[in-house]
Design a protein around this ligand. Structure first.
Ligand SMILES: NC(=O)c1ccc[n+]([C@@H]2O[C@H](COP(=O)([O-])OP(=O)(O)OC[C@H]3O[C@@H](n4cnc5c(N)ncnc54)[C@H](O)[C@@H]3O)[C@@H](O)[C@H]2O)c1
Length: 371
């Protein structure tokens, strides 16, 4: 195969953005050959691109080697499953699914088809700042992580955003709000940097800032198996908001804020200093380094290029889709904790979460829409 024939499912904001990259030749060896868009008003007219109104027709058309799924969240798992079963490679927009139980079905199907490439659009993994932080943490140069604080309250969205598509910000149409839509990127990065916690306690406000059913304000506390803790605070209602990631480790402190990565290294690891120092109030000496101007990487186009290279050349994926179950699990666990007002142990009880979500869908406020 010289090039990958791509079928795009969903030609809304994100789908049209992806299509533009491909049609404008920004992704070598990737050709857009088909689009499936259920809304007639949104169907594009693009030279050499066959348009369908049903994804099933695109999937069995024989016109595509791979699909890119950019539809509302509840369709992600069923469409990914259908495309995988048809033998296609799949690139899936975030989140992986709406709830863990359906995600497990897709993971099982993907594991049975290891030759098909199955990637996810976790584009923030291409950001050099986050890559650097990951190298530092995973490479062990800062020693054991003690605590992570991520305040990510600059996801501001005005009411008009929530009105822009009728599936948004409803339990039935989106399956969640801030956590599943915006923060799923941060939750993916968090588990990519530090692994999965074993326990989560979260407090969520639902429709605090907007006329919506779902959460737009979150404060969560996470516990890891080795005793490390994390706090995760997020909002779509605060302006200007903050994006500050701080990681305290035995070897020092990493802070990422305003495109500056500050690395403060302890001359002696904190635990060693604590055991060996005879001074009552001294802390280890430090050195400081600031990294700036790293840019933000290729983002969506890098993910598309990497997906194409994974199919044609066998290179590893930046974001294997099955890893998307972790951010989904964190988002689900935070919601379950807020609903039950209890700490939630991980791995999450997928059936229990699905039951709660179904209750929320059934109890949706009638008349909150139309939009
Ligand atoms: N990775 C990112 O940075 C990023 C950014 C924005 C959105 N997204 C994701 O992209 C997806 C779409 O979001 P959006 O903002 O483009 O939404 P949108 O509402 O603008 O677009 C969704 C499109 O899918 C179409 N659609 C719905 N069901 C369909 C079906 N069964 N078959 C074919 N078409 C169907 C709708 O008519 C609409 O045109 C979501 O999963 C969202 O989370 C990702």
């Amino acid at each position: 195969m010289q090039r990958v024939r791509l079928g795009l499912i969903g030609y809304g904001n994100m789908g049209a953005g992806h299509a533009a990259q491909v049609v404008n030749g920004k992704i070598p060896r990737l050709a857009l050959t088909a689009v499936a868009e259920s809304s007639a008003a949104r169907q594009p007219s693009l030279s050499g691109v066959k348009v369908f109104s049903e994804p099933a027709a695109l999937i069995k058309s024989g016109l595509v080697d791979a699909v890119l799924i950019a539809t509302p969240h509840p369709t992600h798992a069923p469409l990914a499953l259908a495309a995988l079963k048809a033998g296609l490679h799949v690139l899936l927009e975030k989140p992986f699914a709406v709830h863990k139980a359906e995600a497990l079905t897709v993971v099982a199907a993907a594991k049975r088809r290891p030759k098909q490439v199955f990637g996810a659009v976790f584009n923030q993994r291409t950001d050099p700042y986050f890559r650097k932080i990951r190298d530092l943490i995973r490479g062990g140069s800062f020693g054991a992580v003690q605590r992570i604080n991520w305040t990510i309250t600059n996801w501001f969205r005005p009411e008009a955003y929530y009105q822009s598509s009728n599936w948004r910000a409803t339990w039935a149409g989106e399956g969640g709000g801030l956590l599943l839509n915006q923060c799923v990127h941060n939750l993916d990065l968090l588990q990519w940097l530090a692994g999965m916690p074993v326990r989560v306690r979260a407090h969520c406000n639902f429709g605090r800032y907007h006329d919506i059913e779902v959460e737009d304000d979150v404060s969560a506390h996470l516990e890891y198996a080795d005793g490390a803790h994390a706090t995760f605070t997020a909002s779509t209602g605060e302006a200007p908001g903050t994006n500050r990631l701080e990681i305290a480790a035995d070897g020092g402190r990493i802070v990422y804020e305003h495109d500056v990565l500050q690395l403060v290294r302890n001359a002696t690891p904190a635990a060693v200093f604590s055991r060996t120092s005879r001074e009552l109030f001294l802390a280890p000496g430090t050195t400081e380094e600031k990294l700036i101007g790293l840019g933000h990487g290729g983002q969506h186009s890098e993910i598309l290029t990497n997906f194409t290279a994974a199919i044609l050349d066998g290179v590893p994926l930046i974001a294997p889709a099955v890893e998307g179950i972790h951010s989904l699990e964190l988002a689900n666990a935070m919601l379950l904790s807020a609903w039950t007002e209890k700490t939630v142990d991980l791995p999450l009880n997928a059936a229990l979460y699905e039951k709660w979500l179904k209750k929320k869908i059934a109890a949706a406020r009638p008349g909150l829409k139309p939009r």
